[in-house]
Design a protein around this ligand. Structure first.
Ligand code: ADP
Length: 261
């Protein structure tokens, strides 16, 4: 419990720090990206400088992506929990997930009709699915398969016994699995640490799973990871099931604009 508390506090601190920095950086990047776009437009297509200006813009856009991730990592305060049908939420991001993983990897969904309802922020649920699927993609090779699965499960005392820290009750289980490179025990142990990444610097921030962890903890859920080197990975996210009626679900913004002041 002490370890968990320490972890939560660490995440809070990192989140606040990251959010502050990301906000300032985002404002600076708006200037860099704005002017490099103008510069590219002003340069003749044959000009050698145009390629260089395009590289500035590409790097700037990548940096803007990172700040967006940092902002959403630190922005847990503006949560709007609602009652959501898990399957419906997964379906609403399916197209986007397919675009994210590209044509060389297949996305399979297996949604149990009675998977159930959860009470949480729709944006946060999307983020969990997205972060897990992006990791599965990065671990997979061409021709790989990523499965997103929902089921409902009743966890009784015998299960809880095997998984200290979890609570008995009704859960919706959201699983993302891949047949990719898998991970070693060392990686598995550090997986949820903010800024822990094994990816090259341009690809990974190490915030994906820290974000997932923060969101899941906030909804009193928990996470199980099954993985061996070379054997793929499976992330099971257990979210407490709610039995309230689902609220009407309007279309949610996927890319909420970043506030600049
Ligand atoms: P990032 O994706 O930016 O590296 P994450 O927090 O999302 O940050 O992931 C941390 C690390 O966990 C990854 O760098 C990778 O080593 C490992 N990891 C996460 N998901 C998987 C997966 N599906 N298969 C293998 N390794 C994974």
């Amino acid at each position: 419990v002490v370890d968990q508390l320490r972890q939560v506090q660490k995440m809070e601190a990192v989140g606040q720090l990251a959010g502050g920095i990301a906000h300032d950086f985002n404002n600076l990047l708006t200037v860099i990206n704005g002017y490099s776009t103008l510069l590219i437009r002003a340069l003749d297509a044959s000009s050698p400088m145009r390629k260089e200006a395009e590289q500035i813009l590409r790097a700037g856009e990548r940096a803007a992506d990172l700040t967006r991730q940092l902002l959403s990592f630190s922005r847990r305060q503006i949560m709007e929990p609602r009652v959501l049908d898990i399957n419906r939420q997964v379906k609403s991001v399916q197209k986007m997930l397919e675009r994210l993983i590209g044509e060389n990897i297949r996305l399979v969904t297996a949604l149990a009709p009675d998977a159930g309802l959860v009470r949480m922020d729709p944006g946060q649920l999307e983020q969990i699915v997205m972060n897990l699927v992006v990791n599965a993609r990065d671990a997979s090779e061409t021709g790989g398969v990523i499965t997103v699965e929902t089921t409902n499960c009743e966890l009784d005392e015998s299960y809880i016994h095997l998984h200290p820290g979890s609570q008995a009750g009704s859960f919706v289980r959201l699983s993302v699995s891949d047949r990719g490179q898998g991970m070693t025990a060392e990686v598995k142990q550090r997986l949820f640490e903010p800024f822990f990444t094994t990816k090259e610097i341009r690809r990974g921030t190490g915030l994906g799973l820290a974000t997932v962890y923060g969101i899941v903890k906030q909804c009193s859920g928990y996470i199980e990871v099954i993985s061996e080197p070379g054997q793929g990975a499976r992330f099971d996210i257990y979210l407490p099931r709610t039995f309230q009626e689902a609220e009407s679900q309007g279309k949610q913004q996927l890319d909420e604009p970043i506030d600049t002041d």
